[in-house]
Design a binder for this molecule. Sequence first.
Ligand code: SF4
Length: 145
Amino acid sequence: MSKEGEWQEGMPTHETILFSCFGGLSNTGITSALACLETVKELGLAKVAIGCLPSVPLGVKPVIGKAKAAKKIITVDGCPFECARKTIEAAGFKIDKSIVLVRDIGMKKVALHTDIGKGLGVEKYISQEDINKAKELITKSILEK
Ligand code: SF4
C-alpha cells in the first residue's frame, strides 16, 4: 500500500529525469550536481527533475516509477568512473544520453584532498564556467528530439 502523498502511476511527473553523480570528493562530482540543479531551475519541473540516484538500486518505488514514466533519462557524471550511468544501467534502465564532464566539456578532475594543508576551501575548486558549459550540454540533450 502506498503512503499518503506518494507518487503513483498516472500522476503528473517530470518529462526528463536526470541522474547525476554527486561525489563531494572532487570538483567534477560537485559540478555535475550543481549543473543539474541549474538546469532544473532554468527549464522548470514539468520539463526536468533530478532523480535520487542511490534509491534506484534499492528499489524505492516512487523513484523507479517516475523514471519509468519519464520520456527521457539522462545521466550526468563528472569523471570516467561514470557512477550514475553504471548505477542506472545496472538497475535495468535504458539511458537516452550519458554526459561525462571530463569527456564532454573537457573538465579537468581535481580531487579535493589536494587542498589539505593549503586551506583554499571547496569553492576555489568550482568554476562557474564549467557549471555553465555542463548546464548548456544538459539542456541541449533534454530539448533535442
Ligand atoms: S563519476 Fe567520478 S566524480 Fe562522479 S561520483 Fe563517481 S567518482 Fe565521483
